[in-house]
Design a protein around this ligand. Sequence first.
Ligand code: GLA
Length: 383
Amino acid sequence: MTTTAAQGFAEWYGRAPAGVWSAPGRVNLIGEHTDYNDGFVFPFAIDRRAVVALGDRDDRVIRVASSFSTETVTIHLDELSPEALSGWSAYPLGVAWALGRFGADLEHARGVDLYIASEVPIGAGLSSSAAIESAIALALDEHWGVGLDRATLAKVGQLAENRVVGAPTGIMDQAASLLAEADAGVFLDCRSLDADVIPLGFRADGLTLLVVDTRVEHAHASGGYAARRASCEAGARALGADSLRDVGSADLGRAAELLDDETFRRVRHVVTENQRVLDTVRTLREHGPGAIGPFLDASHVSMRDDFEISVPELDLAVTTAQANGAIGARMTGGGFGGSAIALMVDALVPVVTREVLAAFAERGYREPGIFAVQADQGARRDS
Ligand code: GLA
């Protein structure tokens, strides 16, 4: 991938890049729709990355090209604003704009040429956009000498996503992409941004994490995601809390009386999911990864029934994996499509793969993409 991006850069711009940076997509092990409620998440970075090759310019123009579009987008730094950006280039150029909001001196910065290549599948719920944002954030931060720490770079990516792309997402995806380490998960407190990197031990214990990409495409800039976020905020307000982070299971009785049924179930998902993250991390530390299955399973039920963000394809992937011996399984990411994950002993991989494919075929669903992922290192400079 590093070579692909460097080659793409050379073919496109006719010279070698000055540097190459990369950042991974992510799988969220547990903690869904908790990030924008100031809660807890436990994602890890996957071994599929977005790679950015960057070259200097001596004017104030930014050009960006990529392996997934035939178009090059050119913009003068003086014109960089959320309103001026759209389409795929809103991700990288949105980050350039957002860096300005976090202290980069864009009035005096030199322009750059950028070329992006990515192996993170798009629309699969594996944060292909955060991978691009995080690689660009790290590259431009270094190139322009801004010197932001990684948690702040995650906020830069989130601001680009919220203000420029227009998706009201939380901080999890960018934080995972920037803070992750190999063979470990990032236990993140989304209120303080305190992150604990915790060894997962899948490989040592002979476990594989399979991703089932249902190929049901989702988009967070529209519809369900924003509606869920609004319900959570309304629920917190009605309960007199700053955010659902401050609502605990002891408050659920009062919540049931105060809230309408739907808002109550949205709130119950977030409250119980925060607890499941804490339980998963504790269980992983005390008993190892083979013991975390029940929390993954319970998380899926909560997303399906209380938060209502699953789809039949995700449910089928989860129940089929469970019925064939997976330790635990759940949908991952924002929902309404995308991917499910299933944790299992290595020997079960062919069985679960075969059975999930067969179950999808039997229902007449589109053939899913099924692949194993490893917990990989976060964003880095590659050359
Ligand atoms: C998407 C968003 C994240 C998070 C998840 C749900 O991936 O980008 O911020 O809210 O959905 O957990």
